[in-house]
Design a protein around this ligand. Structure first.
Ligand SMILES: C[S@@+](CC[C@H](N)C(=O)[O-])C[C@H]1O[C@@H](n2cnc3c(N)ncnc32)[C@H](O)[C@@H]1O
Length: 277
């Protein structure tokens, strides 16, 4: 396929899959139905090759098709918001298991971006009361949009809080009552070179967090300790170099037990969990 060759030459990691997904988007079909689809008409062909050129320029595939699959949801994404990643689904799965025995759990997603984590929990647990905190105005627009769409689809409402996830006044009314805090905060150490699909595409505020990458995780975990009830759970994603640093950080806070680091499907350290004493 010409398009796949073009994407491959541009250094796109999965050129054939991306070309097929763009074709499916233009035709308004699933990728699996491409074999039986009619060919492009002239307008569709122009649109397809325009999208292929933008993908070759490393615009994220999800921005081009306007959505990202996450857990069992399809979320609207585009410029200004972090594209949710599959590895974060592991954090959601862990969180769901942590509240499996809790009726009407109170759940907070700190640094919510598109709302991926909080909305996925709300979709799986109709009895949960979920809050999502985000401070970036551009990301908030996507968060409000996705939260409204999920509510229209029948999920229980996720409350959006605009503000700093580390600030004591944000969701102060929930202090000491929360069953589960989940977070995928910025954690890329300053100066790390990112691939072209990420650099300048995902917002800087979503990625970078000081020289050691812990500049947000540090105050966020302290804020989580205040939000959680005794016996509540925290799960926080981190960079694959930060497994030891994150567990050490929680150990020094003296508010956590059962501090555990978890790996992703490739065996890399990915998120840390802890039980509020
Ligand atoms: C890595 S993205 C993750 C988004 C989403 N949770 C996900 O997994 O797809 C981090 C998000 O945190 C937001 N953010 C960064 N610092 C924040 C803070 N102090 N308070 C609230 N949100 C913050 C960024 O704007 C960005 O949307």
């Amino acid at each position: 396929m010409t398009a796949a060759r073009h994407l491959s030459a541009a250094g796109v990691a999965s050129p054939r899959v991306d070309a097929e997904l763009l074709a499916a988007h233009v035709l308004g079909r699933d990728r699996g139905a491409l074999l039986t689809a009619p060919g492009f008409d002239a307008v569709q062909e122009r649109e397809f090759f325009s999208l292929v050129r933008r993908r070759a320029d490393h615009e994220p595939l999800q921005h081009l098709v306007g959505s990202a699959g996450f857990h069992r949801l399809e979320l609207a994404v585009g410029p200004g918001v972090f594209v949710p990643r599959p590895e974060t689904e592991l954090l959601v799965e862990w969180g769901l298991s942590a509240i499996a025995g809790t009726a009407r759990p109170l759940v907070v997603d700190l640094c919510a971006g598109s709302g991926a984590i909080g909305l996925a929990v709300a979709a799986e647990r109709p009895d949960a009361r979920v809050y999502a905190v985000e401070r970036d105005p551009a990301a908030l627009r996507w968060l409000y949009r996705n939260a409204s769409a999920r509510q229209r689809a029948g999920d229980s409402p996720t409350a959006v809080a605009a503000g700093d996830a580390t600030a004591p006044h944000v969701l102060a009314g929930l202090d000491g009552r929360v069953d589960l805090v989940l977070a995928n905060p910025p954690y890329v150490p300053t100066g790390v070179t990112l691939p072209p699909d990420v650099a300048g595409r995902d917002p800087g505020e979503a990625l970078h967090a000081g020289p050691d990458g812990l500049a947000v995780i540090r105050p966020l975990t302290r804020r989580a300790a205040t939000l959680l009830r005794r016996g509540g759970w925290l799960g926080v994603e981190h960079d694959d170099t930060q497994g030891e640093a994150a567990t050490h950080l929680l150990t020094t806070q003296n508010t956590w037990t059962e501090i555990t680091d978890h790996t992703d499907l490739t065996g890399r350290p990915r998120f840390t969990t802890a039980h509020r004493t």
